[in-house]
Design a binder for this molecule. Structure first.
Ligand SMILES: [Zn+2]
Length: 1111
């Protein structure tokens, strides 16, 4: 076309349209034939002159309106509309100009003719089928106009008339996507009608069947309709039809029909009756077998995924193999809090089964309600939005005087450096202070293990001594003090299975490396000494080898593992096989803390041996499921019935060359970094005694998914029908006669801390001021160490002592959450840097006084808890009102800070080290009024927003110097749910502007120098050291007389950050440690649903969706 011609045509069409418009407008049209001719001319031109047609029918032009008006007054033949609408591109304009409503009007009018014209009905439904998918209100318009019944009646009368039925079904498919329509159509017998169309394999009418199944699938989303299908006996029929198509559609040409059948089953099994009918119809076996046959054909993945989803839903819920979900160990509290989870636990009547709910029969009414899973993610977002603190009064830090100064005065003894005059002896400063005794806590501390003082008999020795054989367990004093009967103390001594006698047997002599060379800050003998003074609730008398030998970070890289395609599916299929082939399942208990003779002694060599009765261990039960597969159950935190995440246990008796699968079956989080590249940690004693004492990342086929073990409402915070999650991994063992350990993250016990503190003492030089006090005793009778590190005054001259006393304070703490062992490794890095000889370290000591509580929750760490202290509470939610008896470490740490506030010496920086299980990198949470206001919609006056930006300086510096640190992951929003955390309370009540939580990933990094690698202890310790370096830079910034430089830096920070903040409502997070998951790919049961894309695609889509919201 050339332009002039096109212009001519366009103007001609416009002229004709004008003519038509005038005719439409006239009430009585004299010449209908004339109007029709004009319309015909227009349509012809539009059809033949594509470009002009496009122009006059565009949204901005009135052409479509004229056509619609003409349609309304019936000048236009209906079938012409097909040409107007073309191949769909003008449908949108048609819809936006109200075309749908006109079509429905014509349909209603036409339906009143008796009998209605079949030709007209055919045309109308074909047009509606074209328009429907483009009109979001289609369903509502259809219902309100009365069109639903017209279509339904037409279908009922023409069930054999394929030509008419097809467009009707296409329209019905759109009607049914509206949930109100679905219910109404169901009442009208449409479900039954659809089942009349569903048929076994045939090459005829496949498109009709496909559309009918789509419509049926949509109808069955309504629970009432699903129930109708069950009551009508259609579940076995659907299964039989599915199987028929599965067998006959050998060339996979009718995937969509097969998928449609599965979608119907999937929706029916959303109701309990549906699941029952499915199981009774042997659905598990039918879908399991058919899926297994589909496995080799990749294009059939959508069928396998949907089948797998249905099977998982219908899989009978199992009971966890436990007598109770309460911790296997009991610790009597001095008093029980009046409210909260612990109070609930204590008020639970005896005899109540807390493992599974008695019955959830009445739970599901099978009535139509909002469906429960689909919007979970939105709700989560909504909740975290709701969580932002919007009370401006709470956002303005108000120093809280706390306790009266007379009471706080006792804490003076922990701040000798503030009054010390160094006149007597400069070295006397190192004497330690006795702990503050909280009488109740002390009186109730458990009895010490009576540990024989002599250990010459058994303890493996280092250096040139030899270890005749790996003993498991390694015992304090060589006697298993708490074990009675059964296997005796050296049950592990013949841990090798068949054929290992020659190499690992009695005569073998194994060199134990001198760990002092590899690990200058570790001493096995000292470690054992420390263990003797550690009080555990189970009164452990064993020492785990990794803690004894220590850990040297490997020199090789440990990349995040790529997720293997189909891992979750194959694991789930193996789980389903338990039901399909029950005779293959051994179900043999090999370890059980709930029975007195634990561990279960069995020497046939057919099973692995488990143990975790040592500090920080927490395996409760191990069940051998198949020859090389074990289900593992973790113990709950003491005085709690949940928090299963951390694990640490020992395995022996393995065969070399076999792949073992381990399943931790009572995990609770809905997702895990184990789905995103994280591996478990393994420690081999054989490797250790060969000179490689180290934890290494290990495990293949790692996957985390919702399983078939029911979670009681007691365990799920009142929610019924919840399940646990499985964390599964497979591994091989490379040594015979080995004793191996598995852990969630690099263990770091309380005894390790004590040993480390003792080794730090040895690093003291005359220039270093180091004082180690015991702040208080824990409930469990363990001391809570408090360190003071600074530089000695240059001399005892007045000036120097004045400088010494007036150094700003830095207050650090860690490990309030026992499962976050990475926090201890970061703290180790900080402590060693501070005690180091580098000029930086010396300047740092001269610049500040460091007050450090390296382990806020010793009892939790010792007893293998994940989250809580012995009181069964999260100590990082007790800062607002800590109880001196139940939360002594928090109570006294807060008191130290209150004391400092009273004497006008509040710290410059407060930082509590944590670990993060769901995010990558290292990052900080801080507190900012301004950023909180930005994130919420509260209106604030500009005076409310006056805020010094100093809180951003430290994380900004860290992002420049610490490779693992990511500024983009930081957040400075104050959340309501965090109001009793250390960070918020120290900010609000003590008035520390730079009050932080520093979170270190348990997984790895996705930016910086360590991008793509899992995090190791070297990187964590480096982070701790870099934190110190950053403090030195902060000192330079804050010390500048002219603050211009600082302001520059900070305006630079704001410049780059404000963009992020304004467009990213999700940078702030929900819980201190577990904010909403950034890589929100749901690998749980609801996930591998619906869509044909393989798992990776899902992941990518979800990732990109999130990235969009984050950047
Ligand atoms: Zn934490």
């Amino acid at each position: 076309y050339n332009l002039p011609k096109c212009k001519n045509v366009t103007s001609r069409v416009l002229m004709l349209l004008g003519q038509l418009e005038r005719m439409n407008g006239e009430a009585m049209v004299r010449d209908v034939e004339m109007a029709r001719q004009v319309t015909a001319k227009i349509l012809h031109l539009i059809q033949t002159q594509e470009k002009s047609g496009k122009e006059v029918m565009s949204k901005g032009s009135s052409g479509m309106e004229v056509i619609l008006a003409s349609l309304e007054v019936r000048f236009m033949q209906l079938y012409w509309l097909f040409f107007v609408l073309g191949r769909g591109r003008r449908v949108g304009v048609f819809v936006s100009k109200g075309g749908t409503g006109i079509l429905f009007q014509i349909l209603i009018t036409a339906s009143k003719e008796l009998p209605p014209s079949e030709e007209l009905m055919l045309q109308l439904h074909s047009l509606l089928a074209k328009v429907g998918p483009k009109d979001r209100k289609f369903g509502v318009k259809a219902r309100l106009s009365g069109a639903l019944n017209v279509t339904v009646n037409l279908m009922k009368q023409n069930i054999q008339n394929i030509k008419l039925l097809l467009p009707c079904l296409q329209v019905l498919r759109v009607y049914s996507t509206n949930s109100v329509n679905a219910i109404s159509l169901g009442k009208n017998g449409v479900v039954e009608l659809m089942f009349k169309i569903v048929a076994p394999y045939s090459k005829k009418n496949t498109s009709l069947l496909k559309v009918a199944l789509d419509a049926l699938g949509a109808l069955l989303k309504s629970k009432t309709n699903a129930r109708r299908a069950v009551d009508g006996g259609h579940v076995p029929i659907l299964l039989a039809v599915y199987l028929d198509w599965h067998r006959n559609d050998t060339r996979h040409r009718h995937m969509l029909i097969r998928k449609g059948l599965l979608v119907c089953l999937r929706n029916i099994t959303n109701i309990k009756l549906g699941r029952k009918a499915f199981v009774e119809a042997d659905g598990m076996r039918v879908l399991y077998n058919s899926s297994t046959e589909c496995l080799p054909v990749r294009t059939l993945d959508p069928l396998i995924n949907t089948s797998s989803l249905i099977m998982r839903k219908c899989f009978p819920k199992n009971r966890l193999p436990l007598p109770t979900i309460k911790s296997a160990f009991h610790y009597q509290l001095p008093h029980v809090p009046a409210v909260g989870p612990v109070a609930q636990l204590y008020s639970q009547p005896p005899g109540v089964d807390d493992v599974v709910d008695e019955s959830d029969d009445n739970e599901e009414t099978d009535a139509d309600t909002e469906n429960d899973t689909e919007n979970e993610e939105d709700e989560k977002d909504q909740r975290s939005n709701d969580d932002i603190e919007t009370d401006l009064n709470k956002l303005h830090p108000k120093k809280n005087p706390g306790r009266p100064f007379e009471e706080l005065r006792v804490y003076e003894r922990f701040f000798l450096e503030l009054s010390e005059d160094f006149q007597v002896s400069i070295l006397s400063s190192s004497q330690s202070t006795r702990p503050i005794i909280v009488p109740t806590a002390q009186a109730l501390s458990p009895k010490h293990v009576s540990v024989p003082s002599s250990q010459e008999d058994c303890n493996p020795t280092k250096g040139k001594h030899t270890l005749p054989h790996i003993q498991s367990p390694l015992l304090l004093g060589g006697i298993a003090t708490r074990r009675v009967g059964g296997g005796g103390s050296n049950w592990g001594s013949d841990c090798g299975s068949e054929g290992t006698e020659d190499e690992g047997g009695e005569g073998a002599v194994l060199e134990v490396p001198d760990t002092a060379l590899l690990l200058p800050m570790h001493d096995p003998d000292l470690y054992v000494e420390m263990v003797k003074g550690t009080n555990s609730v189970p009164q452990y008398a064993e020492v785990a080898y990794p803690d004894y030998f220590g850990h040297v970070a490997p020199t090789f890289r440990e990349p995040l593992v790529e997720r293997v395609y189909g891992v979750q599916r194959s694991k789930i299929f193996q789980d389903i096989e338990r039901l399909i082939h029950p005779n293959d399942i051994l179900d043999k208990v090999v370890y059980d803390l709930d029975i007195p003779s634990c561990p279960v002694i069995e020497d046939s060599g057919e099973s692995l041996k488990f143990n975790s009765q040592f500090e920080s261990g927490n395996l409760r039960k191990a069940v051998q499921v198949r020859k090389y597969e074990y289900d593992l159950v973790l113990n709950s935190d003491i005085n709690s019935n949940h928090y299963h995440q951390w694990f640490y246990f020992e395995v022996s008796g393995m065969r070399v060359g076999s792949t073992y699968r381990f399943n931790i079956i009572n995990c609770e989080k809905s997702n895990s970094q184990f789905n995103y590249g994280m591996q478990v940690l393994m420690y081999s004693v054989q490797e250790a005694i060969s000179g490689r004492p180290r934890w290494v990342r290990t495990g293949t086929d790692i996957c985390y998914y919702k399983n078939h073990f029911a979670r009681s409402s007691i365990a799920a915070g009142g929610q019924k029908g919840k399940s646990y999650y499985t964390m599964t991994f497979s591994t091989n063992f490379s040594h015979k006669d080995d004793v191996c350990y598995f852990a969630y993250h690099y263990p770091y016990t309380y005894s390790t801390l004590k040993m480390h503190l003792s080794k730090l003492e040895a690093l003291r030089t005359p220039q270093i001021y180091l004082r180690q006090d015991v702040l208080c005793e824990t409930l469990g009778g363990n001391g809570c160490p408090l360190l003071t590190i600074t530089a000695m005054p240059e001399s005892n001259s007045n000036d120097h002592i004045c400088q010494f006393r007036n150094r700003p304070l830095i207050f650090l703490s860690a490990r309030v959450h026992p499962g976050e062992t990475n926090a201890s490794w970061v703290m180790k890095g900080t402590l060693e840097f501070l005690m180091g000889t580098s000029p930086l370290a010396a300047s740092l000591r001269e610049a500040y006084i460091f007050k450090i509580v390296p382990m806020l929750n010793p009892d939790g760490v010792i007893n293998g808890n994940h989250r809580c202290s012995l009181s069964g509470e999260d100590l990082n939610r007790q800062w607002q009102n800590p109880n001196p008896e139940l939360h002594p470490t928090i109570y006294h740490t807060k008191s130290l800070l209150q004391y400092l506030a009273h004497i006008q010496r509040a710290p410059l920086v407060f930082c509590d080290y944590h670990g993060h299980s769901r995010k990558k990198n290292v990052f900080m949470y801080g507190c900012s009024v301004k950023e909180t206001v930005w994130q919420s919609n509260i209106s604030a006056t500009s005076s409310d927003l006056q805020e010094d930006l100093g809180y951003r300086a430290l994380p900004k510096i860290l992002s420049q110097i610490a490779p693992a640190f990511s500024m983009a992951s930081c957040s400075f929003v104050v959340e309501r749910s965090k109001e009793s955390t250390a960070r918020v309370v120290v900010w609000r009540e003590i008035g520390v502007q730079r009050s932080y939580t520093m979170e270190s990933t348990l997984c790895g990094c996705d930016q910086g120098k360590y991008k793509g690698l899992q995090i190791g202890t070297r990187e964590l310790e480096e982070m701790g050291a870099q934190f110190c370096v950053a403090l030195l830079r902060l000192k330079r910034l804050t010390g500048l007389r002219n603050h211009q430089h600082l302001l520059d830096l900070e305006s630079d920070i704001i410049g780059t950050q404000s963009k992020v903040v304004s467009s990213s409502p999700t940078t702030y997070v929900m819980e201190e440690d577990e904010p909403s998951f950034l890589e929100a790919i749901d690998y749980s049961a609801e996930s591998n649903d619906e869509d044909a894309e393989p798992e990776n695609e899902h992941a990518r889509a979800a990732n990109s969706r999130h990235r969009r919201s984050l950047t």
